[in-house]
Design a protein around this ligand. Structure first.
Ligand code: C5P
Length: 403
């Protein structure tokens, strides 16, 4: 799936050492289907060459407004008129100050002033420059002018200092650019999601878990963020990166056991939508050993199990109504090997929730692909096989209509 298919992006580069990462950003945008037209300031050409950007994007790179090799030298000002967005990475303190004042003294700043498309900036500068009152004034003005400012991040800086001002990584900028183009159908909404497996200890080194990768739950978290929601993600043990973390709109709580997941989730039920995507263990070991159980010849230990709390059921019990709608709107998941629709419908009723989403197997665990059967009071609706992120976006659309 390409999330930027048919999007035309003018990629501006201003003069900063983070420009060494921009070729990678261009590549990632193009992998997502965007066509990329690069415009560089003169200072940017000190850090990365126009030839590099031209070779990667397959498009001529513009660096000057006085380019007499272009037949109609107003033509490249037209670039921004054809674009779906201008994205500048890195955006230097100098460029941001200029843009905040509406100055237009080179090609890139002129394009920005002449544009009729959104502008996204990924600032990159030294900590002192970012924190300077003048830069903060520029950022505030740019916000007021509806310019999207992506980042910056904190961490090691090229000057040797550590602090805020680093450009976001290319993957984060690409992820946020993709998010920018999604419809904000959950703006102002709070979404709670459980994801991944749980791990039930037998002793300090062993435990019982399952094959859930967490990918579907994390995809739903990303799709909800893209739709403008604030997300609380309660994740069982899985290695996946937190989606759109740099936006600051997602809080992730890592848990291990079903009990921990239950406590963390029940503490966060003040939300508009709850997606119970986690594959929660049904049982845990009644008395996990404090020390590693030693092997005793051929004898195997007898483990006693107790039932885990049902997180979804307990959240469903907290549901109130707000504006005549259930709050939170609870969505359960079902992974069944047989009779998916009947089992899912039974689950929906038993748990007293309005929607259950069935994974149409057989190989959904760990895969990037899946297909879903959405079951609600009106019956069932199939979402055809696609990448989990695409399925998550479609599911978010369905649920957004419900609330
Ligand atoms: O029938 P089952 O209880 O397995 O239903 C699965 C659904 O319930 C999933 O949405 C899962 O996240 C949720 N669940 C839960 N707590 C449990 C077991 C399942 O939230 N202990």
């Amino acid at each position: 799936m390409q999330s930027l298919l048919n999007k035309k992006i003018v990629l501006g580069i201003s003069g900063g050492i983070a420009a060494y990462k921009t070729p990678e950003l261009a590549r990632q945008l193009m992998q997502e289907g965007a066509s990329v037209q690069v415009v560089m300031t003169e200072a940017a050409t000190q850090f990365v060459t126009p030839v590099t950007m031209q070779a990667l994007t397959g498009n001529p790179v513009y660096t000057s407004q006085w380019d007499n090799s272009v037949a109609n030298n107003m033509a490249h000002i037209e670039l921004s008129r054809k674009a779906d967005a201008i994205l500048i990475a890195p955006a230097s303190a100098d460029l941001m100050a200029k843009l905040s004042l509406g100055l237009a003294d080179d090609l890139l700043s002129t394009l920005c002033l002449a544009r009729d498309c959104p502008l996204l900036l990924a600032p990159a500068m030294n900590k002192q420059m970012w924190e300077h009152a003048a830069t903060q004034r520029s950022v505030q003005r740019l916000h007021d002018d509806s310019v999207a400012v992506l980042g910056p991040a904190s961490g090691f800086q090229a000057c040797g200092e550590v602090g805020i001002g680093r450009m976001l990584e290319p993957s984060e900028i690409a992820e946020q650019t993709i998010a920018f183009f999604q419809k904000k159908i959950l703006r102002g909404k709070k979404v709670l999601i459980t994801a991944g497996p749980t791990f039930e200890a037998i002793d300090p080194v062993r435990g019982i878990t399952n094959h859930s990768s967490g990918k579907m739950g994390f995809a739903i978290a990303r799709a909800a963020l893209e739709a403008g929601a604030q997300v609380q993600l309660i994740a069982g043990p899985c290695d996946l990166p937190t989606p759109l973390e740099a936006t600051g709109k997602i809080t992730r709580t890592n848990v291990t056991s079903a009990k921990e997941m239950h406590t963390a989730t029940l503490a966060a039920t003040d939300c508009d939508i709850f997606f119970a995507v986690a594959a929660v263990a049904d049982w845990s070991v009644a008395k996990p050993a404090k020390e590693k159980i030693k092997r005793q010849g051929k004898e195997a230990p007898n483990l006693e199990f107790i039932a885990n709390p049902d997180i979804l059921l307990d959240v469903a019990k907290t549901v109130k109504t707000k504006g005549g709608k259930p709050y939170p709107y609870c969505v359960g998941f079902a992974a069944e090997s047989t009779n998916l629709e009947a089992h899912a419908q039974e689950k929906r009723k038993r748990k007293g929730i309005p929607m259950v989403v069935g994974n149409i197997g057989p190989d959904t665990f760990g895969s990037d692909l899946n297909q879903l059967l959405v079951i609600d009071e009106n019956g069932s609706k199939k979402i055809a096989k696609a990448e989990k992120l695409e399925l998550a976006r479609q599911l978010i659309q369905l649920v957004a209509k419900k609330i």
